[in-house]
Design a protein around this ligand. Structure first.
Ligand SMILES: [Zn+2]
Ligand SMILES: [Zn+2]
Length: 219
């Protein structure tokens, strides 16, 4: 049976409800093989990454789940995204997500365009009505575009799927979990992909192959 890989989740390090350990425990019980904890960061809190990594080491040394440290660069000036992505990597983050131009929040314009050009960025989360030229740049730079399981952010899943498939950019399906009820099983995640308009084959790529490719690249 396929195990779930979810590369966008929040803990108490930002606005999530759970400690990294509880998030990992909940994910393990829901048959996840790998999760990335990607708390919101700007310059004020990016230096907490080593604390997150300490908790993650306890988990990975003792439990049968792979937890990957990450960040989600969120609502920052566009001009500092590349600097923060580089800094996050230096501090040990393996998965760098950028909080894209979702339809449900006033994310500053230009965030999508900057994120897809940045070599340290792995995933552009919930990119809203992303422009085709940015999807093309994302493909070129191996930045995956996110299909979101989260209310609000998911409003543009159809648009992202359509352009992503047309251009051939990598897509990933993440939950952006903030609380225990947000976690989704493999089967539930599959339905989100199908609902967004992915084919059965593309859903499997977005749930298995593409996340694995990202993790492998940043090992
Ligand atoms: Zn949040
Ligand atoms: Zn998020």
């Amino acid at each position: 049976m396929n195990k779930r890989i979810d590369l966008h989740m929040h803990s108490l390090f930002s606005d999530g409800e759970l400690l990294p350990s509880e998030l990992a425990r909940r994910a393990y019980v829901l048959n996840h093989s790998t999760i990335a904890i990607t708390d919101h960061v700007d310059s004020s809190n990016i230096s907490t990454i080593p604390n997150l990594i300490e908790a993650i080491e306890d988990i990975n040394d003792n439990w049968d789940i792979n937890v990957v440290p990450g960040v989600e660069i969120t609502h920052t000036p566009v001009e500092v995204i590349a600097k923060l992505a580089k800094k996050a990597r230096k501090l040990g983050a393996k998965i760098v997500v950028v909080h894209g131009e979702t339809l449900s929040e006033p994310v500053i314009e230009g965030t999508n365009h900057e994120a897809v050009q940045c070599e340290d960025v792995d995933i552009l989360a919930h990119p809203g009505l992303i422009r085709k030229e940015d999807v093309e740049i994302a493909k070129e730079n191996n930045v995956a575009l996110e299909i979101s399981g989260r209310k609000g952010h998911s409003l543009s899943n159809g648009h992202v799927t359509k352009l992503g498939m047309e251009v051939g950019a990598d897509l990933v399906i993440n939950t952006d979990s903030h609380s225990p009820d947000d976690l989704l099983s493999f089967q539930e995640s599959k339905l989100i992909g199908l609902g967004a308009g992915l084919t059965e084959k593309e859903v499997m790529k977005a749930l298995v192959d593409n996340p694995k490719k990202i993790i492998k690249k940043r090992e």
